[in-house]
Design a binder for this molecule. Structure first.
Ligand code: HEC
Length: 176
């Protein structure tokens, strides 16, 4: 025999379903709030992922065509020509005074380096006595004497023989 449903049970069920109903409403409300916040604040996109996608959709190879290609080629050739020119020291000048003023003067106007200074004729006299060939050889190959080290080509290997010769001759003309 089943127990008869009492008034207390009915009241309980009524209240209980009201509470359940209320909680369901709260749930829908919270879902709504969550969706709203999410739409306002989408999660940040991982930059690594963006990069990956860009790599995947990038063209297989860059294509140079028409004017673009020609311009790029011309620019490259120009840059190469400039680089080649800069291999020739001081624009290839054979003006001894210019080369001296750009390079040799750092030592040959500063007695502290041990180099015979250009204004000191007495210091040069015994050196001049060796003759131009020896001086030139020492300037081209480098030379270690009692006073210090004269670096080969004054330390600039891109100076060619004619340029060193012109500079030595200019120096000799100054200290005679
Ligand atoms: C880093 C310093 C330095 C630079 C740069 C330098 N010289 Fe010298 N040079 C010396 C020194 C030091 C001596 C003296 C060596 C000794 O007699 O002990 C010397 C000596 C000389 C002599 C005399 C060599 C001899 O037989 O007596 C000549 C010529 C000369 N230099 C030419 C040049 C020329 C040309 C340049 C530039 C292209 C140049 N030097 C750049 C340091 C330098």
């Amino acid at each position: 025999m089943t127990n008869p449903v009492t008034d207390t049970d009915r009241t309980f069920l009524k209240h209980f379903s009201m509470v359940i109903g209320f909680l369901v409403l709260v749930m829908f409300f919270l879902i709504g709030v969550a969706l709203y916040l999410y739409s306002k604040n989408p999660p940040p996109i991982n930059p690594a992922h963006t990069e990956e996608v860009e790599q995947r959709i990038a063209p297989v190879a860059g294509v140079y065509a028409g004017d673009t290609g020609r311009a790029a080629l011309a620019a490259a050739q120009e840059a190469a020509a400039k680089a080649a020119a800069s291999q020739v020291a001081y624009g290839g000048t054979t003006d001894g005074k210019t080369i001296f003023g750009n390079l040799c003067h750092t030592c040959h106007e500063n007695a502290a380096t041990g180099a015979p200074v250009i204004s000191n004729k007495a210091e040069w006299a015994p050196r001049l006595a060796q003759g131009e060939d020896t001086l030139l050889k020492h300037a081209i190959d480098g030379f270690t004497g009692k006073k210090g080290v004269m670096p080969a080509r004054g330390g600039n290997p891109s100076l060619n023989d004619a340029q060193v010769k012109a500079t030595v001759e200019w120096m000799m003309s100054q200290v005679k």
